[in-house]
Design a protein around this ligand. Structure first.
Ligand SMILES: *[C@@H]1O[C@H](CO)[C@@H](O)[C@H](O)[C@H]1NC(C)=O
Ligand SMILES: *[C@@H]1O[C@H](CO)[C@@H](O)[C@H](O)[C@H]1NC(C)=O
Length: 171
């Protein structure tokens, strides 16, 4: 926690100095809110039967798996061959009868992003084809006691691979 808050404080201060110098004398309360925000994006790179596996097949033909497990690289850019910044480990369980939504139970192990290292756990409903907002449960390491949400969106479907964008909004 200490590292997270102190580094993001420094970031926010630099941001304020660079872009908001004339208003730098505004209230302490306003500054305090800014200090705690950390936003970044990572890309989940999943390949069927390599990094992602179906545990239980769909109930009806043409829908998503009822349960799947994955351990996917998290890259800094949409390109699957771009630099790896962490790994996503998770279980997805169908949560609607049409098979389009699943409950994602996911831990994002982050090796290095903007000088931060640790894990962020998220829990919530995701959609196969549309963006979803998933709450952050908590974190470890530099993300200890973190709050916020992750916007989880499909960006590329190139069977047997698929890429999802995860936009972190941490406070
Ligand atoms: C993954 O493996 C399963 C079981 O062997 C097979 O039915 C399925 O077609 C494979 N999927 C892909 C995309 O290769
Ligand atoms: C970070 O995300 C929050 C919530 O979406 C937003 O209010 C804030 O402006 C973002 N900050 C940056 C630096 O993008």
């Amino acid at each position: 926690m200490a590292t997270f808050f102190s580094s993001s404080s420094l970031f926010a201060l630099l941001f304020l100095l660079a872009y908001h110098a004339p208003t730098a004398a505004c209230t302490h309360h306003h500054h305090h809110h800014k200090l705690k925000t950390l936003n970044f994006s990572l890309f989940q790179q999943e390949t069927s039967n390599k990094t992602g596996f179906v545990i239980l097949k769909e109930v009806e033909a043409g829908t998503a798996p009822s349960m799947a497990v994955c351990m996917d690289p998290l890259t800094l850019k949409p390109d699957p061959s771009s630099e790896v910044a962490g790994v996503l480990e998770g279980t997805y369980i169908a949560s609607t009868l049409d098979g389009l939504r699943s409950l994602a139970i996911v831990t994002l192990r982050i090796k290095q992003v903007k000088g931060h290292e640790g894990s962020v756990s998220i829990l919530g409903s995701v959609h196969n084809t549309k963006p979803a907002v998933v709450p952050v449960v908590c974190g470890t390491g530099d993300f200890l006691f973190v709050q916020g949400y992750v916007t989880y969106s499909p960006v590329a479907l190139n069977p047997p691979s698929v890429t999802f964008k995860l936009e972190f909004n941490l406070f």
